[in-house]
Design a protein around this ligand. Sequence first.
Ligand SMILES: Cc1cc2nc3c(=O)[nH]c(=O)nc-3n(C[C@H](O)[C@H](O)[C@H](O)COP(=O)(O)OP(=O)(O)OC[C@H]3O[C@@H](n4cnc5c(N)ncnc54)[C@H](O)[C@@H]3O)c2cc1C
Length: 391
Amino acid sequence: MSEVRGYSTKVRSHGVVVVGGGIAGVSVAAELARDGPVVLVEGEDELAKHTTGRSAASYIPGHGAPPARALVAASRARFDALADEAGHPFLRPRPVLHVAHDEDEERTLREEMLPLAAVTELTPDGAVARWPALRRDLLRAAAVVEDAQDADPLGLHQHYRRALRARGGEIRTGAPVTVIARHGESWRVGLGDDHLDTDTLVLAAGAWTDRLLALAGAAPVGLRPLRRTIAIVRVPEGAPVRRDDPFVVSAGERWYAKPEGEHLLVSPSEETPAEPGDPRPDELDVARALEHVNAVTTLGLRSVATSWTGLRTFAPDRSLVIGDRPEHRGLHLFAGQGGSGIETAPAAAALAAAVIRGAAPPTDVLAALADQGTTLDALLATRLGAATGPR
Ligand SMILES: Cc1cc2nc3c(=O)[nH]c(=O)nc-3n(C[C@H](O)[C@H](O)[C@H](O)COP(=O)(O)OP(=O)(O)OC[C@H]3O[C@@H](n4cnc5c(N)ncnc54)[C@H](O)[C@@H]3O)c2cc1C
């Protein structure tokens, strides 16, 4: 780690500096701005250009590893509170239908999903009644999460952005962080010709977070960006698809499908390792999504209206990564949101802000963690150890 010298601009001491303008960055910045000045720094000219703008926009109780599941649960009431603030909802009901088409999927459904409180078994006939496009003859087992919702990721992002500004926060776009160095007791964050000095630096840069840790001379978390593709497909005339159909997910996470306006949103649910960046869809992944859905339905999907790919970024244990590394005072992480960065945002941001400020963690989050049989330690960055190398 080196000291930065020779900057021509005047040295300014800022409040908290948050790097990354996706949902992680804006949500934690808005929470931190309740207590003091915050500057949010985003490398792109616009916010939410990467993973946050590319999700499937769902909120699913019971989704993810236990710590994420707890944050999903604790976010529910917080989504409602945010809706009251904004004057419009960020969630709309859309049950999730889990379907099993072979022995492995049926085992997963019975052993991993049905024990969850949010998940209820359905008969195959019951599942077909919920989604008439399914072929009854191929279906082995099914379950439903009645309380699942469609989320509004960009609306939520915009709400946090507004809240950040209203609380006096500053947002800088087109400002990629290129240097992070110790400057006395502070961190100096280099932005091309300019820089910011801060005692509290929060890295909330999704797939890029390990690269920023490397800039700071800190050990990486071992974050793994994994590609996932979504295609929006035209529904053939006369096909049994309704706008209020459920979000249908294969129990083995091989595909999913849900209505998107008059079209259908489908994904092959792939998890292909990738470098941080701006991935584009691979035609084979798009074709695979259609193939999977066509194999178990009567839909005969053929025509793709548009498609995109995003990076879901996971820590080695698939839990979010919140808080500091004690050996790098003032350097904090809010990363590893994986496939749950939207559905966990309200609770995760409140928790992260409390941990970063050294305040008591929100009691609703602690209660939700206990309900899931887990603890705060499962989320704290310190669990990853100081000497963790690349994995
Ligand atoms: C196909 C798909 C489906 C998904 N479905 C769901 C879902 O249904 N529900 C759900 O909850 N989640 C879902 N997710 C996951 C969710 O979208 C992510 O967890 C979330 O968007 C991650 O947000 P983020 O802010 O961490 O990352 P990002 O949105 O990627 O933001 C990181 C930001 O950091 C910036 N940055 C990087 N390096 C620098 C630098 N050096 N200087 C300045 N800025 C920098 C980047 O430009 C970027 O804007 C899905 C994801 C995908 C890809």
